[in-house]
Ligand binder design. Structure first.
Ligand code: ZN
Length: 312
């Protein structure tokens, strides 16, 4: 990834689609992933290995991974909730596996019915399985509810740091910070990143996963980049939304994030015109689902050149 400054990791096919009731047909998911890879995306989280009884939207993840693996220069990422999911992910050949670890233990119990110790044990088992592979996938833990929890409210920053340290000892390759609830603000992003970086080493935390529930997604992304973060998750059209915040997108909107980065002269490797065209796939396939983003509606500024280094 040396030729780009920031890796924009598209998570719409996972985070976006799992948050809406409509089930996108496999061919359309494949067309979406292909179109976005063609626009220059280097990493796409294409689905999650969860039981179809819980998330029927993700039932075809293995097939989507298989199709994505035929594309060149694409890191194919998936989410797993547990060891069983990790077995499915490894069998699929995905390049990157992420497991969410809820720093709020109440959220963890509610979400995956496991307390922290049980989660650490599960992560250790997955790390051992990963390490036993001939070509092991990259195994990462995302610290969800790191910036606050809808059940517990404020989440202890010390607990975030201790959880990050413990997860590294359990054998993950790196950890990321997730603002699952859209509670984060830029000052908090800076402070927490610095704490985690100094505890586990900046090389072991390169990505953040942000939601735009309260409109601070891009501000938080910029704060993270200024603290050295090089991978930002986002979702095409911000699909998924937030049931508690009408009008708010789910993840930060990929189109607006890419526009901000390229306008700042940070190279993403992404062709923004091609990216804006990919929206048509979602608009056609999910006509009832709102698509978010300011850049797609307003258009690119007159004379805009992507990746142009400016001195102004
Ligand atoms: Zn998310």
């Amino acid at each position: 990834m040396k030729d780009i400054d920031i890796l924009v990791s598209e998570v719409g096919p996972r985070d976006g689609l799992q948050s809406i009731a409509a089930i996108l047909p496999t061919e359309i998911k494949n067309a979406w992933v292909r179109a976005q890879a063609d626009a220059g995306f280097r990493e796409i989280e294409v689905g999650s290995f969860v039981p179809p009884s819980i998330l029927p939207q993700m039932a075809d993840t293995a097939e989507v991974v298989a199709a994505a693996l035929t594309l060149t220069n694409l890191n194919v990422a998936v989410l797993v909730p547990n060891l069983r999911g990790a077995e499915g992910a490894i069998a699929s050949g995905a390049h990157k596996i992420s497991i969410p670890f809820s720093v709020s233990e109440t959220h963890s119990l509610k979400n995956v019915r496991r307390n922290h110790q049980q989660m650490f044990d599960e992560v250790t088992r997955i790390a051992e399985l990963v390490a036993a592979q001939e070509s092991p996938p990259h195994f990462e833990a995302g610290l969800s509810t790191a910036f606050g929890c809808t059940i517990e409210g404020a989440v202890s920053e010390d607990l975030v740091v201790r959880s990050a340290e413990k997860l590294m000892r359990c054998g993950v390759a790196e950890v990321g910070l997730s603002d699952t609830t859209g509670y984060a603000n830029p000052q908090q992003v800076r402070r927490l990143l610095r704490k985690v970086q100094s505890a586990i080493g900046a090389e072991n935390i390169t990505g953040v996963h942000l939601h735009n529930t309260r409109g601070l997604g891009l501000a938080n992304a910029l704060a993270a980049i200024e603290e050295g973060i090089t991978t930002i998750d986002s979702s095409l059209g911000g699909i998924g939304g937030c049931p508690f915040a009408p009008g708010a997108s789910g993840n930060i909107v990929t189109e607006d994030l890419v526009f901000m980065l390229e306008a700042m002269g940070l190279n993403t490797g992404i062709d923004i015109d091609k990216l804006l065209d990919v929206r048509n796939i979602l608009r056609t396939a999910l006509p009832d689902e709102p698509l978010y983003g300011f850049t797609p509606d307003a258009g690119l500024p007159k004379g805009f050149r992507k990746g142009e280094k400016r001195n102004d």
